[in-house]
Design a protein around this ligand. Structure first.
Ligand code: SF4
Length: 356
């Protein structure tokens, strides 16, 4: 089995107690079946504590969330299970996070989920140092389950080539939201259905950009992304959403054009603090292609996944811009924190996207 690891993968090390937004808070921690059985069999105080902390609904077992976060997240911001009993007692998800292990049966791709601020920081360092993202390949045993039921190897190879073509467009300075990205995806999908060769990315240019106005942003944010529970599970993101509501949303209800103009001013203000914003957004979209493009293997929809990435990238600058209001500068740690909290919630945008 070929195992491909993205360039920043091996640089990752959890920063533990000094993490700005620990993954031990704001998420339900699912417990894999083997570990669940191990907890059920565990004797003594540990066994009792573990069993009291589990809730099981239908087929899913998880640690009961508290207001503080995971019940085993200590006040020293470290995992009590890991400290006392080692990783052998931790659910698989806790050991793996933020590693994304994608077993496509023919090969595996291992990347880092930017929902971890340390992974996001490594991403930002690569952007700052202009280092490419690529995969290093080793041969080995995956050691984790296959994540797909599709066995269409020819289509998977086609997807790999399409991803390479799209990344070459980004490297040739095509903006992530240029219509040529979506045009290319549509034609690649059609060529695949017609069993024709992959289109040449060099044939695609466009002066049209996919720009979200306030009305669209409101639809995206208020159909699942923003929720009052964010106040508890992600206070930092909640504050940014509130800023959006006060500065843009209320205005958009009475004067949408003025709200759009205010959004443009927010972006101009952000350019002053982050002159390389466009580069950052393009590299963020590039990284999205590395981590998510092969999801097309499951539903054959190029446009859906390319569009989701564009929308996700667009809203990222909105949140960075909201954060930047009244700040003289933005540090890399702050940017990493914004990316991490945003990534945790961004999957909610997928459903809202259907409403646009
Ligand atoms: S979010 Fe990342 S750095 Fe923070 S505690 Fe979790 S794995 Fe460690």
């Amino acid at each position: 089995m070929q195992i491909k690891q993205i360039s920043i993968y091996n640089e990752f090390q959890c920063v533990g107690a000094s993490c700005s937004v620990s993954c031990c808070r704001g998420w339900k921690i699912p417990i894999n079946h083997d570990m669940y059985l191990k907890y059920l069999r565990e004797k003594g105080i540990l066994g009792t504590v573990l069993r009291c902390s589990i809730e099981k609904k239908e087929d899913m077992a998880a640690f009961r969330s508290t207001l503080h976060g995971c019940p085993f997240w200590g006040f020293d911001r470290l995992c009590r299970i890991q400290k006392k009993y080692g990783t052998a007692y931790m659910p698989t998800v806790c050991i793996q996070f933020p590693r994304q292990l994608y077993n496509l049966d023919f090969f595996c791709e291992e990347t880092l989920y930017l929902a971890c601020p340390e992974a996001a920081r490594l991403f930002l360092v690569s952007v700052l140092e202009n280092k490419p993202f690529d995969f290093s390949v080793t041969e080995g045993d995956a050691g984790y389950e296959v994540n797909t039921t599709n066995d269409d190897k020819a289509f998977l190879d086609y997807l790999l080539q399409s991803r390479e073509a799209l990344i070459s467009m980004l490297k040739d300075n095509t903006a992530y939201n240029s219509m040529s990205i979506l045009d290319y995806g549509r034609d690649a999908q059609n060529a695949c259905l017609a069993q024709k060769t992959l289109p040449n990315p060099k044939d695609y240019t466009s002066d049209i950009y996919d720009i979200l106005d306030c009305k669209k942003i409101n639809t995206l944010l208020f159909n699942g992304f923003y929720h009052i529970s964010l106040r508890t599970i992600s206070p930092f993101l909640y504050k940014l959403c509130k800023k959006y509501i006060h500065q843009i949303y209320h205005l958009s209800q009475v004067n949408p054009a003025a709200a759009d103009r205010k959004l443009i001013r927010l972006k101009e203000n952000l350019y002053q603090k982050l002159p390389d914003l466009d580069l950052l957004l393009n590299r963020y979209y590039e990284y999205y292609l590395f981590t998510n493009f092969l999801d097309i293997f499951e539903d054959y929809s190029f446009s859906k996944h390319l569009l989701y990435g564009i929308v996700k990238t667009h809203l990222l600058w909105v949140f960075i811009a909201l954060f930047a209001v009244n700040k003289k500068q933005i540090t890399m740690e702050e940017l990493a924190k914004i990316i991490a909290v945003y990534e945790r919630r961004a999957p909610q945008l997928e459903d809202a996207l259907k409403r646009l």
